[in-house]
Design a protein around this ligand. Sequence first.
Ligand code: FES
Ligand SMILES: [Fe+2]
Length: 372
Amino acid sequence: MSKAQTRLPPPTFAEAKNSRQKARAAGLDPDRWYAVEYASAVKKGQVREVIFWNTSIALYRGEDSVLAAMQNRCPHRQLKLSHGAVDKCSLRCAYHGWSFNRDGRLEDYSHDNFGKPLIKRQVKTYPVQVRYGLIWLFPGDPELAGEHRIPEIPELSGTDPWAHFATDLTWRTHHSMVMDNICDFSHAFLHRKYQPFTGATLTHHEADEDRVYLTYDTYLAGGRISGIFVDRNRVNTRAIELCYQYPYQWTNTGDSIKNWSFLLPIDERTTRVFFLFYFDALKIPLTAIKTPKWLTQLVLNIAKPLVFRPILAEDGMALEAEQVGYEAHWDAPPIELNPVVPLFQRLTARKWQNYLERNTPAPLDCLAHEIT
Ligand code: FES
Ligand SMILES: [Fe+2]
């Protein structure tokens, strides 16, 4: 009986025999910034649980509007602090009411008349930033937070950003399958109803330590709705640039239609993806007139539920099925026709290997500094 028939689980990273198996077992390097939530989703006085690769983090916004993130585990009885409540600028545990400030220090245990708790350490905290309407966390070594930057998007910075929207989906699939999917344009069949791209030919690819860059010739935005708004005289919609810029991904169509995809690896089979799309302009249908920004934004707002999310839902269906298939048949020989896909997998695996070599296997949520 083969391994697949006995349903042995897929190999661990250390056991993996090829780069596909390695990639499917790899995490994403915690020493990077990750989009974890919309800024508007965490209001003053609210706390949310965020999970990065099995590590639970309590993310909250104090009454002063400042965001903070800390280990989601009370050192007293190990309750998740996200069960608690924000109290001014601190987070108070739901059980005995101990309160931790933004630095992770226990600042109040006055609800307890049994003496001073013997807490030797403070709760680990995480650097937080807000960019492009998203909350970003640095789950790894805070000392490295300044070395690795959130991607710069000039078109969304400054006083006159392009029309744009963000959308997100959480899929029951490993993050490496998502990266394969969003960079590999061989799956036009899946999208035959909406036709975001058809007839793709890989025209160039190159890889280095940090990225895989590629271009396709392909007919873009061929769908009935999207096609009438795209200005094919002004924008070259027959080619696209893509890049897996670890751990992010971006695309560019004619310097006019762009997007970034930010992956949040929740665990070995769950990934949340934030997609950020931005357009410089569209055209008014049946004319050559460029849409003003407000109209571009309006069209995008309408297209998001009517076009973009249905296309992404098709990807989600395929990816969740691929995850199930991989878990049952992880030892089936890889048949890969697009030569860039193994490059994505090697980049993912290599970065994870580098991370493991830099770090001892202590859990990510280990406790930090001594209380003095
Ligand atoms: S469990 Fe958190 S204060 Fe007791
Ligand atoms: Fe797709």
